[in-house]
Design a protein around this ligand. Structure first.
Ligand code: SF4
Length: 66
């Protein structure tokens, strides 16, 4: 199973993850910090989630395979 976690303490509210994979990521309405809508990543979403992790400027997103 592939899961994704995002660290709000590292997030700088750049929003790139939301633009790349809006089915998984959102931003808080008041602080703009990352929200993970669903942490189990489907095969179709994997590429977008991995790319989100690589373009996140603060390294807040981690993809976990277990
Ligand atoms: S791309 Fe990174 S810094 Fe930007 S909102 Fe997403 S987790 Fe936060």
């Amino acid at each position: 199973m592939i899961r994704v976690v995002a660290d709000k303490k590292k997030c700088v509210a750049a929003g790139l993850c939301v633009g790349r994979e809006p089915a998984i990521f959102d931003q808080g309405a008041d602080d703009g910090l990352v929200l993970v809508l669903r942490d189990d990543v489907t095969a179709e979403e994997l590429e977008g989630v991995v790319e989100s992790a690589s373009i996140c400027p603060s390294g807040a997103i981690t993809v976990i395979e277990d």
